[in-house]
Design a protein around this ligand. Structure first.
Ligand code: G6P
Ligand code: ZN
Length: 542
């Protein structure tokens, strides 16, 4: 039996860069989650009679939300739901399961790298049958539906037991509780040379994988400590906790500071890695060296044929616009296409589906390939492990050799968090107003080549996305890029991306912030950051 429950619309249920992300307390309002979920069912009629995947990163409210979603799925005619044990599926594992079992789509519960717990954040997003985040046409339809909704459907059933593997039934709907790790682990085994990585560990090489008490723990432990034979304790903070044990589960040098300390210590392991709340992000660290995500993507692309899953070469590569141009240089050398897309993993979906790109990456610590349609933290770490095992080189040797061959793209991101929204919007408008007059101007010794508000035309479906960030490109290849974050839940965050290319090896040892000093000054002055936001320094520098 199911009930029809009357409701009224909530303002502001428009999905952002990666789904609807709000404070847990917002989701706890009566009908808030239900309205959004019903809007998904109303906007994707194929779910009626179809297969749906459900899972999340285990953060606070994950189990509650899954019970509601299961009851609503049953009431909306879904034939079968595949749900991860305990409600756990990392974002890439959800993508893998959607693809493997031919589901119509998936509902993924996570606020990614945002802190969790009763006072933290929660999130929900819909993924389509290719396993990737729904494109804008779908998310806009869902949003439009949330604004006119008057009722939702809910099965009158008891909570489903998510902790026992196997098949069952909820109000006439088939439910299968899956092992959260197994399908994903099999996919990894099909891509990487596990024997070589096993031998690398057996030879005494060491790594530290910091799961930041988030969902990568069970995946990393099973694969790295289990299948690949790394010693117990290689994965630290490996138990997913509802509040991430107070960790800010964002794998960057600022937030994964315990890992950074370990990697800068005298007895640092050979490889350091971390992943975020839902295990789609990754950070790679060598001894005393954090590899920028942009460099990581470029190095992976340049060495991909060493990995069994990519031995035949890459169809092409893609990066988000603010990601450094390092991978473009590699693509040129390899004679393959490179694409520049707006920020957000969903923009890679069409390129991957059409086999125009094989590897994709973003400066925001995301890298992945056509094996799923999400970014994939554990996959990226296994890729690096495989590179280390195949070459016998250290992280530092691989990075230095890469810079020597292709030149170095110094790169840094300066975030100004928690800004007044009007001030932040005003700053972006001010920049837009400058665009017409910038080309040809000389700023602190650098000449502006082009300045624009990035717009993207999808080469596959022709859809156009405008206002995707302000780019200021200089004659020497340097860039300053400005964007407002699309994933925050409080105030506005201004992101300033800084990049400078240095071809000559003699300059590669310089400190990043000092190599970027002129660009940093230009970025502050052009946008009038201090005047408009009252901030003299960024809150986070990565
Ligand atoms: C999420 C998306 C990424 C995107 C990032 C940008 O993690 O999955 O694809 O790069 O958000 O976040 P921002 O806060 O800069 O909008
Ligand atoms: Zn994430």
């Amino acid at each position: 039996m199911s009930k029809t429950i009357a409701t009224t619309a909530f303002a502001g249920q428009r999905p952002g860069t990666s789904g609807l992300r709000k404070k847990v307390t917002v989701f706890q309002q009566p009908h808030y989650l239900e309205n959004f979920v019903q809007a998904i069912f109303d906007s994707v009629p194929e779910l009626n009679g179809g297969v749906l995947v459900v899972g999340g990163d285990g953060r606070y409210y994950n189990r509650t939300a899954i019970q509601t979603i299961l009851k609503m799925a049953a009431a909306n005619g879904v034939a079968k739901v595949l749900v991860g044990k305990g409600g756990i599926l990392s974002t890439p594992a959800a993508s893998c399961v959607i693809r493997k079992y031919g589901a119509v789509g998936g509902i993924v519960l996570s606020a990614s790298h945002n802190p969790g717990g009763p006072d933290g954040d929660f999130g929900i997003k819909y993924n389509i049958s290719n396993g990737g985040p729904a494109p804008e046409a779908v998310t806009e339809a869902i949003y439009a539906r949330t604004q006119t909704i008057t009722e939702y459907q809910l099965a009158d059933a008891a909570d489903y037991n998510l902790d026992t593997l196997g098949e069952g039934e909820l109000a006439g709907m088939q439910v299968v509780v899956l092992d959260s790790v197994l399908d994903y682990s099999e996919l990894m085994a099909s891509l990487f040379d596990f024997a070589a990585i096993r031998a690398w560990f057996a030879a005494g090489h060491t790594m530290r994988f910091d799961s930041l008490s988030a969902v990568s723990g069970p995946y990393a432990k099973h694969i790295i400590e289990g299948v690949l034979g790394a010693p117990a304790g290689t994965v630290v903070n490996g138990e997913p906790l509802e509040d991430f044990g107070g960790h800010h589960p964002d794998p960057n040098p600022a937030h994964a500071h315990e890992l950074m300390e370990a990697m800068f210590a005298a007895d640092a392991p050979d490889l350091g890695a971390a992943s975020d709340g839902d295990a789609d992000r990754n950070m790679i660290v060598g001894k005393k060296l954090a590899v920028t995500p942009s460099d990581s993507l470029a190095i992976m692309a340049a060495n991909a044929t060493l990995i069994p899953g990519y031995k035949d070469g890459l169809a092409g590569v893609a990066r988000s616009m603010p990601t450094s141009q390092a991978v473009d240089v590699v693509a040129k050398a390899l004679g393959i296409e490179s694409f520049e897309t707006p920020t957000g993993w969903k923009f890679f979906g069409n390129l991957l589906d059409a086999n125009r790109a094989t590897l994709c990456g973003e400066e925001s610590y995301g890298t992945s390939s056509n094996h799923v349609r999400e970014k994939d933290g554990v996959w990226a770490v296994l890729f690096w492990l495989n590179l280390l095992a195949a070459t016998g080189k250290s992280v530092t040797e691989l990075v230095s050799a890469h810079w020597a061959r292709f030149g170095r793209h110094f790169y840094s991101r300066h975030d100004f968090e928690g800004l007044d929204t009007d001030a932040a919007n005003g700053l972006m408008e001010h920049l837009r107003g400058l665009l017409g007059g910038l080309a040809g101007q000389k700023l602190h010794g650098l000449t502006v080549k082009l300045a624009d508000d990035f717009a993207y035309t999808d080469p596959i479906d022709g859809s156009v996305s405008e206002k995707q960030g302000i780019r200021v490109l200089f004659e020497d290849g340097s860039r300053v890029v400005y964007r407002l974050s699309g994933t925050g839940t409080e105030g506005a965050t201004l992101r300033v991306y800084l990049e400078r290319y240095v071809a000559d090896t003699a300059g590669h040892g310089e400190d990043t912030q000092s190599a970027l000093a002129a660009l940093i000054t230009i970025s502050r002055e052009l946008a009038q950051i201090a005047e408009r936001t009252g901030r003299l320094q960024p809150t986070v520098v990565t």
